[in-house]
Design a binder for this molecule. Sequence first.
Ligand SMILES: [Zn+2]
Length: 109
Amino acid sequence: MAEKVHCSRCLREASAIENGIFYTPELEAEVREKVCLDCWNEWQRAEVMVINELKLNFMDPRAMPVLIAQMREFFALDGRPEGATPAAGLSALPPDVDLATPDSSDESE
Ligand SMILES: [Zn+2]
């Protein structure tokens, strides 16, 4: 049966994803709920380019978070940078907050 989703990327009401390889169960649930089949198919192609361009090596545990971040951006899962449809959680933050939390290099154990 063809389910419909309201897609966070193309903003259409469109067919839901049927099959795919998702990286984590949490991501699968979120992507299935928010992304349409057409955009998913676009990601399948973009993913290959991202992996090649960033030279991601999945033997390296750091590669997966990078790919997931690219995917979240691709699907606008965290809202759009242009501010067209910011996610509710993000709009509460001051504009200059850096969500990436850079430079946590002094990790104490
Ligand atoms: Zn879409």
